[in-house]
Design a protein around this ligand. Structure first.
Ligand code: C2E
Ligand code: MG
Ligand code: MG
Length: 573
């Protein structure tokens, strides 16, 4: 292949121009690496020759690049740490190698494994630099979508870093929150464009390493001369990501969770990345998702999550899942009209687990599909059993995960369960959290319509907390809205919240949608939401979620609200 010594001789022959002779052009024409030659004697170090492979890789023709400085290949992406190394090598007239993000004529990024070799004349004066350009975008270690390092290359890079004395390494991990919603709601091409746009912003940071660790997860490393600057740097990264991302057909404001950790020069890179990941999990699990510095307890939590994820796979077959039932009460008469089924996991070692502990893990690992199928079957069978002996049937509400709705034909699945269990469609309400209802909901709306045609009720859970949009109420065939408990709590103190609740109730009445208030804890809250027009309520004031036998006892005794009701049903909560 390429031999600097040969180039030396050939280019050296020509004193006026740097264009090599014919024999060399022939070689240039046939090497697969892009080659460019810059004249270091002229101002601006212009390119004086490129080969066909250069034109293929970059998309620029020779005529377009001759006389330009090769800097233009960097586009606006100037803050790459490798560039400093290249500048120094050029100034000192020595050879160097670095992998850069460069940009083709059409604006797409490629990873350029660049090698620079100086050429000297007979007196030893620097005359030219030869640049060898190799497109390693699809090479091992590079994430194809974003051009950032992949997670293995990140570890390699961190292991190779030579920190200046007294410096520490800051490792940050970032997650795009609700990335699934972007993919599912807007399509994978928009999801991909978002990842690329995030990568492009991150690439402008003076980081020692930037990587896309996996799907919507990024990792960055910074050299720190002063550990107290860590939180400020993390804030700076998040500030950079705050402006809306302009994507094909839409623009999105995106929220990120962040975890970070600081290590000394001798720290094991894998451990730092793990620590930042564990801190990230904490940030994801905290309301508001503020950035989280690593603490030793995070690693324990992370280990527990992994353990839970493994054990969840067999929770259904081991019959460790069960439902508690929380009564729903007619606010006018105090009569029990329904119940929400709330999932619990009776874990062998950790005891009874609330859904917040494991639903997220189940969704991430795919276990949710099996759990959801089991749950629906169980509730349909239970509703059939309870209602066959009753004059006025009880309606059972069942929470459906977003994932299930997207991955299975819910209408067909529900219909099958109804047939097999003898449950009637109107005994069943499917609750979906509002943030499921993102744009492009055509498939979703079709499913909803099929379910409503079957006679199944559909409820929007936690209304007011998601991507709130009153138009959903009109566009989706809903039968119920559950006003989130944060509104119910505030309604006693905040006039503004009262107006919101009242408007939702009025809208519901106009559209023939029942409005349920959840989380009613006090008599005052009950009185107000009732006065505002909510017909049905649910909350500790009436009953906490209770085990099956207690629920049946309630039904048997003819549950009716009389002052308050306290039960030991959910002591662990
Ligand atoms: P959700 O559907 O909004 O359920 C209501 C949650 O509020 C329940 O928590 C319930 O115990 C709690 N709650 C009820 N009354 C009161 C009250 O007066 N005050 C307060 N502070 N809380 C009250 P839980 O059982 O921990 O469930 C949490 C969430 O987990 C549910 O929120 C639901 O989104 C999800 N979930 C529960 N079961 C399932 C399931 O079978 N499948 C799926 N995909 N998600 C489920
Ligand atoms: Mg619910
Ligand atoms: Mg709710």
């Amino acid at each position: 292949m390429f031999k600097p010594a040969r180039w030396h001789r050939l280019v050296g022959q020509s004193t006026e121009t740097a264009v090599p002779g014919d024999a060399d052009s022939l070689i240039l024409d046939h090497v697969s690496d892009g080659v460019l030659i810059a004249d270091m004697r002229l101002r601006g170090h212009p390119i004086v020759q490129v080969n066909p492979a250069f034109e293929t890789i970059t998309g620029y023709s020779a005529a377009e690049v001759i006389d330009k400085n090769c800097r233009y290949l960097q586009g606006n992406d100037r803050l790459q740490p490798e560039i400093a190394e290249i500048r120094a090598a050029l100034a000192e007239g020595r050879s160097c190698a670095a992998t850069l993000r460069n940009y083709r004529r059409d604006g797409t990024m490629f990873r350029n494994a660049l090698r620079l070799e100086p050429l000297r004349d007979h007196e030893g004066n620097l005359t030219h630099f030869v640049g060898l350009i190799r497109d390693v975008t699809h090479a091992a270690g590079i994430d194809r979508l974003t051009g950032l390092l992949d997670r293995y290359a990140l570890l390699d890079r961190l292991a190779q870093l030579e920190l200046s004395p007294g410096c520490a390494l800051l490792v940050i991990k970032l997650d795009i929150l609700r990335f699934h919603d972007v993919n599912n709601g807007f399509g994978y091409d928009v999801g991909d464009a978002l990842l690329r746009a995030v990568a492009a912003r991150l690439a402008t940071l003076p980081a020692a390493a930037i990587s896309r660790a996996d799907s919507n997860n990024f990792a960055l490393a910074f050299e720190l001369d002063d550990a107290s600057r860590a939180a400020g740097i993390v804030e700076g990264v998040l500030d950079l990501l705050r402006p809306r991302f302009i994507l094909p057909g839409t623009s999105l404001a995106v929220q990120f969770a962040a975890g970070f950790t600081i290590g000394l020069a001798c720290a094991e890179p894998l451990q730092l990345v793990r620590q930042a990941g564990a801190a990230l999990q904490r940030s994801k699990a905290t309301p508001g998702h503020s950035p989280h510095p690593f603490a030793a307890s995070d690693e324990r939590d992370a280990r527990n999550r992994i353990r839970l994820a493994n054990e969840l796979q067999t929770a259904v077959s081991n019959e460790e899942l069960l439902f508690h039932y929380q009564p729903q009460v007619d606010l006018g008469s105090g009569v029990l009209v329904g119940a929400e089924a709330l999932l619990r996991w009776n874990h062998g070692a950790f005891g009874l687990q609330p859904p917040a502990r494991f639903i997220g893990v189940a969704e991430e690992t795919g276990a949710m599909m099996e759990i959801g199928a089991w749950g629906l079957r169980t509730i349909a069978a239970y509703a059939a059993r309870i209602n066959q002996r009753r004059d006025t049937p009880v309606r059972f509400a069942f929470n459906v995960s977003v994932i299930e709705f997207l991955r299975r034909d819910m209408a067909a699945f529900v219909e099958q369960q109804l047939e097999e269990t003898g449950c009637q469609a109107q005994w069943l309400t499917l609750e979906l959290t509002e943030n499921l209802m993102i744009p492009e909901p055509d498939d979703m709306r079709r499913s909803f319509e099929q379910l409503r045609r079957l006679g199944v009720n559909i409820s929007v859970d936690d209304f007011g907390t998601g991507y709130s949009n009153l138009r959903y109420l009109e566009r989706f065939p809903l039968s119920e809205i559950k006003i989130d408990r944060s509104f119910v709590r505030d309604v006693a103190h905040s006039a503004a919240k009262r107006v919101i609740v009242e408007s939702v109730v009025k809208l519901g009445a106009a559209l023939d949608i029942q409005v349920v208030a959840e989380g009613i804890e006090t008599e005052a809250e009950r009185t107000i939401v009732q006065a505002l027009g909510c017909s049905v309520g649910q909350g500790y004031l009436f009953a906490p979620p209770v085990v099956e036998s207690q629920f049946e006892q309630l039904l048997h005794d003819g549950f009716r609200l009389c002052g308050g009701w306290s039960s030991s049903g959910d002591k662990n909560r």
